[in-house]
Design a protein around this ligand. Structure first.
Ligand SMILES: NC(=O)c1ccc[n+]([C@@H]2O[C@H](COP(=O)([O-])OP(=O)(O)OC[C@H]3O[C@@H](n4cnc5c(N)ncnc54)[C@H](O)[C@@H]3O)[C@@H](O)[C@H]2O)c1
Length: 440
C-alpha cells in the first residue's frame, strides 16, 4: 500500500503557501551565528514556561540529540521557576543549564533568552507570538513555535513578513499544528488529495468541548497582571477559542482544500460562561467558510460542559466521504458507503514528539526543511476571520479580514499599563455585539 511518507509529500512543492511538516529538504543552511551542523551541542531557549512550553522542552530532550536548555524567559518568575524545577528534576544539571543569570523575567525577557540559543521554543499566549517570532528570526534562530501565531490581523501581517525573512535566511520553522505531523492525518489527507473522494464539495470541522481553566482575580493584581494570568479570556492574548483551539480543525480544512477561504459568515455568543472572570470571549461560534471554488466548510466550536461534544473533521467529495479525529482515526468511504481506507492508529508516533524529532533531525543534519509559519499564519487568519464574522454578524472577506487595521495589543506593555478592554464598574467586561462591533 502506498505510504504518504512525510518526506515525499507533494503539498510543499505544489503550493509554497501551504508549506508544512515534512517538506522535502529545501537546502543545507549556513547562517552566521546559527547552530552549525556537527557542533557538539544544540543550545535551546524556552520562551513562555507554562504547560505547553515545558512539554515542548521535554519533547526536545526526548529527541535524543545533544541538546542543552541554556535560557528561559517568562513574564512571571513563579511560572519560570515551576517549569525550571520540573525540567531540572527530570533532566539534571547537564541538560538544564540555566543559572540565575540566564533566567529572564518580564515583558522583554524573550530578547535576552533568544540571544543565548541556537533554537528557540516560543510558547507564550499567542498575542505575543508575532513579536517573539520577529525577534527570533532577526537573531537568526531556528524556531519551534506554538499555534496560534497571532490574535489579530496586524499580528498575522507581521508573521507573514517574518516567515518570508525566515525563508530567505533558511531558518527552519516548525509550528505546533500537530495534526500536520500525525500519521492518521498525513495518510488520510494524502489519499484525499490523490482523489480518493473526488472533488471536495463540503465539510464540517468541530471543536466542541467542555471549556478550559479560569484563573481568578487575586488581591493586589494590577489589571495587566490579571489579564496576563487569566489570558484565555482576553482577545489580545488568546484570540478567543475559535482561534486558540479550533485553529487545529480549521487548518485541516485548509490543508485538504489546498487553499484558504475567501469569506466567512457566522453567529456566536456567550450563553454559559458569563462570569466576571470570563473576560470578553464568546463560548460558541458557528461559521461557514466559503472557498474560491464554492466549497463551504461548516465550522463549529463550543465551550459547554455537560453536553454532547466532538472534536473532529468530516468531508464530502463528489466520489465519497472522509472522517478524521486526533485519536489516530482516519476513514474514507466511497459514494455508496463502502470503506476504502481505515487508518491503523496502533503504535503511531505521538505527533507532539514527531514535531521535535523532525525539527532537530533536520537541524543536526544542517538541512533546511521546515517552513510552517506562512501556512500557520494563514490558518490562524482563517480562524480570526471566523471571529470577525461572529463578532460583527457580517460577511467578512479574506481581504477585509487580512487588512483589518484594528490592533488588540495594548499600546504599552508594563505591569501598570492598561490593556484596551477593561471591566465596567460592575466588574464585567464588555464583549462583541453583532451589528454593533467593528472588526475590520
Ligand atoms: N499544539 C497544541 O495542541 C497546544 C496545546 C496546548 C497549548 N498550546 C499553545 O501553547 C501556548 C501556551 O499555552 P499553555 O497552555 O502553555 O499556557 P500557559 O498559561 O500554561 O503558559 C503560558 C506561559 O507563557 C508565559 N507568558 C505570558 N506572556 C509572556 C511574555 N510576554 N513573555 C514570556 N512569557 C510569557 C506565562 O506566564 C505562562 O508561563 C498557546 O499558544 C496555546 O495555544 C498548543
Amino acid at each position: 500500500m502506498k505510504q504518504y511518507d512525510s518526506n515525499t509529500r507533494r503539498d510543499f512543492m505544489k503550493n509554497a503557501a501551504l508549506a508544512t511538516a515534512g517538506a522535502t529538504v529545501l537546502s543545507s543552511f549556513s547562517i552566521p551565528g546559527a547552530y552549525a551542523a556537527g557542533s557538539d551541542v544544540i543550545k535551546i531557549a524556552l520562551v513562555g514556561c507554562g504547560g505547553r512550553g515545558t512539554g515542548a522542552a521535554f519533547q526536545a530532550f526526548a529527541t535524543g540529540h545533544n541538546l542543552k536548555l541554556v535560557a528561559m524567559a517568562d513574564a512571571f518568575k513563579d511560572q519560570l521557576e515551576d517549569s525550571y524545577s520540573k525540567l531540572f528534576k527530570k533532566f539534571g544539571k547537564e541538560k538544564v543549564d540555566v543559572p540565575e543569570e540566564r533566567k529572564f523575567v518580564g515583558f522583554d525577557a524573550y530578547k535576552e533568552a533568544i540571544k543565548e540559543a541556537d533554537v528557540v521554543i516560543l510558547a507564550t499566549p499567542p498575542g505575543f507570538r508575532p513579536d517573539h517570532f520577529e525577534e527570533a528570526v532577526r537573531q537568526d534562530k531556528q524556531v519551534f513555535m506554538e499555534k496560534p501565531v497571532a490574535t489579530d490581523a496586524p499580528g498575522i501581517r507581521k508573521v507573514l513578513a517574518v516567515a518570508e525573512e525566515a525563508r530567505a535566511k533558511k531558518l527552519n520553522v516548525v509550528v505546533g499544528l500537530q495534526r500536520r505531523y500525525q500519521d492518521n492525518y498525513i495518510e488520510t489527507v494524502g489519499r484525499i488529495k490523490d482523489g480518493a473522494i473526488g472533488e471536495i464539495v463540503s465539510g464540517q470541522v468541530f471543536w466542541n468541548g467542555g471549556g478550559v481553566w479560569v484563573r481568578e482575580r487575586q488581591p493586589g493584581q494590577t489589571e495587566m497582571e490579571y489579564q496576563m494570568r487569566n489570558w484565555y479570556y482576553f482577545n489580545w492574548l488568546c484570540g478567543d477559542h475559535i482561534v486558540e483551539q479550533h485553529v487545529h480543525n480549521i487548518d485541516v480544512a485548509n490543508w485538504i482544500k489546498g487553499s484558504y477561504p475567501v469569506k466567512a459568515e457566522g453567529t456566536g455568543g456567550r450563553l454559559i460562561r458569563t462570569g466576571k472572570d470570563n473576560g470578553e470571549i464568546y463560548d460558541h461560534h458557528v461559521v461557514l467558510f466559503t472557498y474560491d471554488d464554492g466549497t463551504v466548510i461548516h465550522s463549529e466550536c463550543r465551550h459547554f460542559p455537560g453536553v454532547h461534544n466532538r472534536v473532529d473533521e468530516a468531508f464530502r467529495g463528489t466520489a465519497g466521504s472522509a472522517f478524521m479525529h486526533a485519536g489516530n482515526h482516519g476513514v474514507i468511504w466511497d459514494a455508496k458507503g463502502n470503506e476504502l481506507y481505515n487508518h491503523n492508529g496502533e503504535n503511531n508516533p505521538n505527533p507532539y514528539q514527531k514535531e521535535h524529532d523532525e525539527l532537530f533531525a533536520a537541524i543536526v543534519k544542517g538541512e533546511y526543511k521546515f517552513a510552517d509559519a506562512e501556512n500557520a499564519a494563514k490558518s490562524t487568519m482563517t480562524a480570526i476571520m471566523g471571529r470577525y464574522a461572529t463578532y460583527s454578524g457580517k460577511i467578512i472577506s479574506w481581504e477585509e479580514a487580512l487588512n483589518s487595521p484594528i490592533s488588540l495589543k495594548p499600546d504599552t506593555l508594563d505591569w501598570d499599563a492598561m490593556p484596551k478592554v477593561l471591566p465596567g464598574e460592575d466588574g464585567y467586561y464588555p464583549h462583541a455585539v453583532p451589528g454593533k462591533t467593528k472588526v475590520v
